[in-house]
Design a protein around this ligand. Structure first.
Ligand code: OSB
Ligand code: MG
Length: 368
């Protein structure tokens, strides 16, 4: 395939409700989309970087810059493109995994569309639908949280994840357990808000039979997670710390995680995400698919990934309506707590022209 054009497009979409985590409150999502045009087909990529470097060091403006200045030019220089060679071409550039992931996703989408194959088939999906969890933000009050959780359970979500931070942890978890019972699959996500000095406090979550606690400590504190795991009964799951199959293998060997959250953007793409799945499966470590408030484009690919055999826990693969009143693709809608895995060529979804135009903030054609 020959690359003939790359478009960067910034879109801005309001969230249906504010989403508060230990690192900040989001009321809207700005997303960088990539459209690659080749001599055979077009492909779409979604960059999961947020506008500010609060979840990770990456942010939207930097992703656009590194794509325009280094990544796309390197791909053009490399000659005919092949999705499985993109990561190798981009490898000399340090970091910027979310930007690299978006470019690889777009090339892979173009390639698969040209060949009439789906992401699900390419990645090795074994299910045609996946069970869905939902990530519930920090709320001002426990009653407000219980209302939100009740709404999601009524919609059919099969797993609840509560965002936690110091001052909003044991009480909300206790309240959700008391109100909705022990059968609800429940887990928490701290987004690095604690330190090892909080180990005894975090052990107070032990009685609530949580599926896992996600990323309690700093992204770089892999050893700390291994130490913490010896002080609490709740299984430790890593998100921010896992940036590659290599880092996943190291974290597993250190005993730093019993579960892994796989986010393709964070690890440089869907192909590396599959390698992490393979490493974890080989070690008997369950994985689940994380989310980054994706539009329907990223959501389609995530749902395909979540259909691989090692994804034995429900992911943050919510329906479009969890975040957006109007998605830029046909919306993903829950059916009995599940989403159908797209089966069409490539992502199996395309942006709807009117919806996309309505949320577009800017577009830029890169000079190739
Ligand atoms: O830590 O998993 C996270 C959203 C943005 C950044 C980080 C995280 C999240 C979520 C929501 O928890 C995931 C989703 O529903 O898309
Ligand atoms: Mg997380």
């Amino acid at each position: 395939m020959k690359l003939t054009g790359v478009e960067l497009r910034r879109v801005g979409m309001p969230l249906v409700a504010p989403f508060r985590t230990s690192f900040g409150t989001q009321t809207r999502r700005e997303v960088l989309l990539l459209r690659v045009v080749t001599d055979e087909a077009e492909g779409w990529g979604e960059c999961v970087a947020m506008t500010e470097p609060l979840y990770s060091s990456e942010y939207l403006g930097a992703a656009a810059d590194v794509l325009r200045t280094f990544l796309v030019p390197a791909l053009v220089t490399a000659g005919p493109i092949d999705a499985h060679a993109v990561a190798e071409v981009l490898e000399p550039f340090r970091g910027h995994r979310m930007a690299k992931a978006a470019l690889e996703m777009a090339v892979l989408d173009a390639e698969l569309r040209a060949e009439g194959r789906s992401f699900a088939r390419e990645l090795g999906a074994v299910h045609d639908r996946v069970p869905c969890g939902v990530s519930v933000g920090i709320m001002d009050t426990v009653p407000a949280l219980l209302d939100a959780v009740e709404g999601y359970l009524d919609e059919g979500y099969v797993r609840i994840k509560l965002k936690i931070e110091p001052g909003w942890d044991v009480e909300p978890v206790r309240a959700v357990r008391e109100r909705f019972g022990d059968e609800v699959l429940l887990q928490v996500d701290a987004n690095t808000a604690y330190t090892l000095a909080d180990a005894r406090h975090l052990a107070r979550l032990d009685p609530f039979d949580l599926l896992l606690i996600e990323q309690p400590l700093d992204e770089e504190d892999v050893l700390g997670h291994a130490d913490l795991a010896r002080h609490i009964r709740t299984p430790v799951c890593l998100d921010e710390s896992i940036v590659s199959a290599r880092s996943a293998a190291a974290a597993i060997r250190l005993g730093a995680c019993a579960v892994v959250n796989i986010k393709p953007g964070r690890v440089g793409g869907y192909l590396e995400a599959r390698r992490i799945h393979d490493v974890c499966t080989a070690h008997g470590i369950p994985v689940w698919c994380g989310g980054m408030l994706e539009t329907g484009l990223g959501r389609a690919a995530n749902v395909a990934l979540a259909a691989l055999p090692g994804f034995t826990l429900p992911g943050d693969t919510s329906g479009s309506a969890r975040y957006y009143r109007t998605d830029i693709t046909d919306p993903f809608v829950l059916d009995e707590g599940h989403l159908a895995v797209p089966a069409g060529p490539g992502l199996g979804v395309v942006p709807l022209a009117d919806e996309l135009a309505a949320v577009t903030l800017s577009t830029e054609w890169l000079a190739l």
